[in-house]
Design a protein around this ligand. Structure first.
Ligand SMILES: C[S@@+](CC[C@H](N)C(=O)[O-])C[C@H]1O[C@@H](n2cnc3c(N)ncnc32)[C@H](O)[C@@H]1O
Length: 257
């Protein structure tokens, strides 16, 4: 583990947990910051520099942290089901009245009613909705459409697979796995190792045990194509939808209400 991560008698270094989460996620997405930057560029372009944001499946609040660093007048609601990642998020933003967190399952019908607001300028999400199968994801997109104001945006940065290009996909996957292996050889923690560190932390042990009861190692979902996401978002009430950034593996899909 990173030597400065963890809880001591004097408290928990939440920033160290944020940084160790970021390093772990970058094992899988070396260009993770790039997609966050483009996401916030498009927030500014479409809804301005003081948006009310819903950070959907927020985890530790990665999007919220970057949002507030760039747009201090923004506000954010983070929603997630993972009690350990939410503990890190709450610890990080404690005392910041621009930020609220809600613990809820995005597969339920009532999560929108548990939010502090009925309408948002932007709903933003990253590396999360592939935890859902396509049918519940389409339902979720309907719920999201109901929360985005007219003229507001939804953005999803995630792994999206185009099944019509199997040889490109196989080559991309092989290359991505080679990069991941090199990162791990360089000492970066992978997903399982990071959770092992959290499980051994005196403050995070209990919420980590709970998150394994909820999810197991990882939820099982689908990774439909960017075209699928754009089509379903239009069917659910968005006026326009298309990729605004992509890497060989991932897409940032923007939908405008
Ligand atoms: C890989 S993390 C990404 C977190 C954050 N968006 C980021 O980029 O660092 C995926 C997140 O999706 C959340 N998630 C998955 N399924 C969910 C569901 N059904 N309800 C709420 N959150 C969910 C997980 O709890 C986890 O925090």
């Amino acid at each position: 583990m990173s030597t400065n991560t963890g809880s001591t008698r004097t408290g928990t270094d939440w920033q160290a947990w944020q940084e160790s989460w970021d390093r772990q996620q970058e094992v899988y997405m070396p260009d993770r910051e790039e997609r966050f930057r483009v996401m916030l560029d498009m927030v500014e372009a479409l809804v301005g520099p003081a948006p009310r944001v819903l950070d959907l499946a927020c985890g530790t609040g990665s999007i919220t942290a970057r949002l507030l660093a760039r747009f201090p007048k923004a506000t954010s609601t983070g929603i997630d089901l993972d009690p350990a990642l939410l503990a890190i998020a709450r610890g990080t933003f404690e005392g910041d009245d621009r930020v609220t967190f809600v613990e809820a399952d995005l597969k339920t019908a009532d999560w929108p009613t548990r939010l502090p607001h009925q309408s948002y300028d932007a709903v933003l999400t990253a590396t999360a909705l592939h935890w859902l199968h396509s049918d519940p994801l389409a339902t979720l997109y309907g719920q999201v459409a109901g929360l985005v104001r007219h003229g507001g945006v939804f953005m999803n940065a995630d792994h999206m697979i185009d099944d019509s290009t199997p040889r490109i996909n196989a080559a991309e996957r092989e290359q991505r796995h080679a990069v991941m292996e090199r990162a791990q050889q360089g000492g970066a923690l992978d997903w399982a190792e990071w959770w092992q560190v959290a499980a051994n932390d005196p403050v995070l042990a209990e919420p980590t045990a709970k998150r394994f009861e909820i999810y197991g190692e990882h939820a099982d979902g689908d990774m439909p194509s960017a075209a699928w996401h754009a089509r379903v978002l239009r069917e659910k009430g968005f006026a326009e939808a298309r990729p605004v950034w992509s890497s060989p593996a991932d897409t940032l899909l923007l939908a405008l209400k």
